[in-house]
Design a protein around this ligand. Structure first.
Ligand code: TYM
Length: 327
């Protein structure tokens, strides 16, 4: 089976952007592929984290993966820091990655603007992500549109290594959803919805209560046109149609037909109900699983063991080719 690999940072509570762009698409891939899903806590510490919160959110995310249908019997589900091969491979890859290329990463540019001091870990973040993907010989990486540049970097570095030494890594492809690959902020529909947005009305969390969801969508920024169309000139309305069609599993064109003669109020109400309804089963399962700490820990231990086994195979090859002694 070909390998599908993805990871999510436990750097905040997850939004419906994370859900529609990534998480909600993971469970369907489990039959056809060997899926490997990771909680990227080593990535999360590239910006300041509160240790207690980070620990809690790490287990929250494991529970959320399970609530979204990831079956630990079928897929490998693990925490990044429990598989040390990630940082080991990242170090080797750092030696063939140019600083210029890292400086050009748009995520780095955006994130570093928000930091008082920019640490080396933030610049090297994409190299760790490249290591995550290459360690498992991944063929496909299901992620949102914002990760495209990082996947291109992954292909670049893999090709560079393969050429410099000999074929070692599978060259991965991005797998972005047709709709929902870029959910925009509700207060600023020209920038992506982000879990680190300081304005709480800008995002909807997967675990938001129904009334909170309804309130946030009611306040979503639209425009003064008053007519519903699916166009970049009306980013707020377009985003609402994207959210609606993703949750309803229909195309944006079909969604548009439903609302052609509606007003913004009516559209917002329907979107809110679609989101509430779509998230309800996930929330219910999350709360049922989250309390069982022993089971969650068992999933993590088992997942880390399986991941480590695969990761070591790749890492050994890499060390041998580069000339690093392994007695
Ligand atoms: P992260 O934790 O920021 O986001 C997790 C996933 O959610 C997607 N996403 C979105 N999709 C649609 N609309 C949005 N507004 C939106 N916001 C986020 C992201 O594209 C991602 O798929 N660097 C990664 C984590 C990572 C990773 C990896 C991913 C670390 N190692 C290896 C894949 C493979 C990140 O920061 O995602």
């Amino acid at each position: 089976k070909k390998v599908v690999y993805s990871a999510i940072q436990p750097s905040g509570s997850l939004t419906i952007g994370n859900y529609l762009g990534a998480l909600s698409n993971f469970s369907d891939l489990q039959e056809e592929y060997q899926c490997i899903y990771c909680v990227a806590n080593m990535h999360a510490i590239t910006v300041p984290q509160n240790p207690a919160d980070l620990r809690k959110r790490t287990l929250d995310l494991i529970a959320l993966y399970v609530a979204c249908g990831i079956d630990p019997e079928k897929s490998i589900l693990y925490i990044q820091s429990q598989v040390p091969e990630h940082t080991e491979l990242a170090w080797v890859l750092n030696t063939i990655t140019s600083i210029g290329q890292l400086n050009r990463m748009t995520q780095f540019k955006d994130k570093s603007k928000k930091q008082k001091e920019v640490y080396a870990g933030l610049l090297n973040y994409p190299v760790l992500m490249v290591a995550d993907i290459l360690l498992y010989q991944s063929a496909f990486v299901p992620v949102g549109e914002d990760q495209r540049q990082h996947i291109e970097l992954t292909r670049d570095i893999a090709e560079r290594f393969n050429t410099r030494y000999s074929p070692t890594f599978t060259i991965p492809d991005i797998m972005a959803p047709k709709v929902g690959a870029k959910i925009m902020g509700l207060q600023d529909p020209t920038s992506k919805m982000s879990k680190s947005d300081p304005d709480e009305n800008g995002f909807i969390l997967i675990l938001d209560e129904p009334d909170v969801i309804r309130r946030k969508i009611k306040r979503a920024v639209t425009d003064s046109k008053g007519t519903i169309a699916y166009t970049d000139e009306q980013p707020g309305v377009k985003n609402l149609l994207d959210i609606y069609s993703s949750f309803k599993h229909i195309s944006p064109e079909e969604a548009l037909r439903e609302f052609e003669s509606a007003g913004y109020g009516e559209l917002k109400e329907a979107v809110a109900e679609a989101v509430v309804e779509g998230l309800a089963p996930v929330q219910e399962r999350f709360h049922a699983i989250r309390g069982d700490k022993e089971q969650l820990e068992a999933i993590c231990r088992d997942g880390a063991e399986k991941a480590s086994y695969l990761a070591q195979k790749t890492l050994r090859k890499v060390y041998r080719k580069v000339g690093l002694v392994q007695f």
